[in-house]
Design a protein around this ligand. Structure first.
Ligand SMILES: C[S@@+](CC[C@H](N)C(=O)[O-])C[C@H]1O[C@@H](n2cnc3c(N)ncnc32)[C@H](O)[C@@H]1O
Length: 340
C-alpha cells in the first residue's frame, strides 16, 4: 500500500465519513468532523488537501470534496484500522483496571467490563424476551471483551459465538473461555462484511454496536439472512438526534434502526429504556468522580477521564431531550407488534 501521512489518512476518513452520512463534505463540515472525531489526535490538514488532489485521490467541485474509487477503499481501510485499534486498546485497558471493574459494578449493578450502556436490568430483560436455552445458537455482534457474551451463555446454556473487529479482545476472550469451548467461541469479523451462511444462527444479539456500521440497511439485511425464517434478534439501540431535529425521531418506530428494520420487512416489539439510560449517565459522572483516586493509583486515569467526559457530553444532550434508548426484539416470522 502506498505511504500516506497521518494528515492524509485523517482527511480521507473525514470525506468518506461525511459522504456515508449523505451530507455535503465542504471545508467547514470537514473541519467540524475533524475536531469531533480526532479530538486531541487531530493534525493540520492544510497540505493534505493539496497532496491528495495532486495524487488524484481527492476532487473539488462546487465547494464540495469527493474521493476517487481507490481513495474510498483506502479511506475505509484507514477508518477500520483506526477504529478497531482504538476500541482494542481501550477495552484491553478496561479489562486490566481494578478501578474500572469497581466502576462497572457501581454504575451497572454488575461488572461485565461493559463498553456500553447496558446494565443488569437491561440484560435481564434481554434474556427474558429472547428466552434462550441450551438449544439456541447465538451470534453476538460487536461482543468486545466478551464478558457479556459469557454471562449470557453461563446463565442460559445457549451456544454463543461472539464477533468483533478488535483482534486483541477476541484473542483474550477465546483464552479466557477455553474451558467453555462447547458453548462459547469468539472470532474476528467486521460487521460490514457479515457473510455467515443463511440459518447459521437462530438468534443475533447486538448491544450498542450497530451505530458503527457503514450501511445499516445492508447490515440488517445480512442479519436477517443469517437468522433465516424462524430466528430472532435482540438489539439495544440508543438514538441521538441533532438540536433542530424533530423529537419524534426519538420514538422507537422512528429511529434509524427501526427504519432499517422496516426496509428489511422485519417486525419487532420494543421496550423503552430511556429513563434507565439517563440514570446510567448520571451515575457514570458521579462514580467516575468518586473513583478518581482508585483510577489514579491503578494507572488508568485515562479511562476515568474518558468516561467522565463522555457522561458530561451525554448529560448535556439528555438535558436537551435528544436521546432515547430501546430494546428491540425482532422475530423473523412475527406479525408487526410495536410494544411499549
Ligand atoms: C460500544 S462497544 C459495545 C461492546 C459490547 N457489546 C458491550 O456491550 O460492552 C462497540 C463494540 O463494537 C465493536 N465494533 C465496532 N465496529 C465494528 C465493526 N465494523 N465490526 C465488528 N465490530 C465492531 C467494537 O470493537 C466494540 O467492541
Amino acid at each position: 500500500m502506498p505511504e500516506f501521512s497521518e494528515a492524509e489518512k485523517q482527511l480521507l476518513i473525514g470525506v468518506r465519513s461525511i459522504m456515508l452520512r449523505r451530507e455535503s463534505p465542504d471545508k467547514s463540515a470537514l473541519e467540524n468532523f475533524g475536531k469531533r472525531f480526532f479530538d486531541d489526535d487531530l493534525v493540520d490538514w492544510t497540505e493534505a488537501y493539496e497532496s491528495l488532489m495532486a495524487k488524484g485521490h481527492l476532487q473539488f467541485n462546487n465547494s464540495l470534496y469527493s474521493l476517487s474509487d481507490e481513495a474510498t477503499k483506502l479511506a475505509a481501510e484507514f477508518y477500520k484500522k483506526r477504529m478497531s485499534s482504538g476500541f482494542d486498546e481501550w477495552m484491553i485497558r478496561s479489562c486490566e483496571s481494578k478501578a474500572y471493574s469497581r466502576f462497572c459494578e457501581l454504575v451497572y449493578g454488575i461488572d461485565l467490563c461493559q463498553c456500553s450502556m447496558v446494565d443488569g436490568e437491561q440484560l435481564d430483560k434481554l434474556m427474558e424476551v429472547l428466552a434462550l436455552t441450551p438449544a439456541n445458537r447465538v451470534l453476538d455482534l460487536g461482543c468486545g471483551v466478551g464478558r457479556i457474551t459469557e454471562y449470557l451463555s453461563d446463565k442460559t446454556g445457549a451456544k454463543i459465538t461472539g464477533v468483533d473487529f478488535a483482534e486483541g479482545v477476541v484473542d483474550r476472550a477465546n483464552k479466557r473461555t477455553a474451558m467453555k469451548r462447547d458453548r462459547l467461541s469468539f472470532c474476528v469479523c467486521d460487521m460490514n462484511e457479515l457473510n455467515f451462511p443463511s440459518n447459521s444462527f437462530d438468534t443475533i444479539i447486538a448491544i450498542d454496536t450497530l451505530y458503527f456500521v457503514d450501511d445499516l440497511d445492508e447490515t440488517v439485511g445480512a442479519m436477517k439472512n443469517i437468522i433465516g425464517d424462524a430466528g430472532q434478534m435482540g438489539v439495544f439501540y440508543s438514538q441521538i438526534i441533532k438540536p433542530d431535529d424533530s423529537r419524534d425521531l426519538l420514538d422507537a418506530d422512528s429511529t434509524k434502526f427501526a427504519k432499517a428494520l422496516h426496509n428489511s420487512a422485519l417486525s419487532y416489539r420494543t421496550w423503552c429504556f430511556t429513563e434507565n439510560e439517563y440514570e446510567i449517565w448520571r451515575k457514570e459522572k458521579k462514580i467516575a468522580e468518586e473513583l478518581k483516586a482508585d483510577f489514579e493509583s491503578d494507572g488508568y486515569m485515562d479511562l476515568c477521564e474518558g468516561r467522565a467526559k463522555e457522561a458530561e457530553h451525554l448529560l448535556e444532550l439528555i438535558k436537551d431531550g435528544r436521546v432515547s434508548r430501546h430494546l428491540y426484539h425482532i422475530k423473523a416470522r412475527c406479525p408487526a407488534i410495536h410494544g411499549k
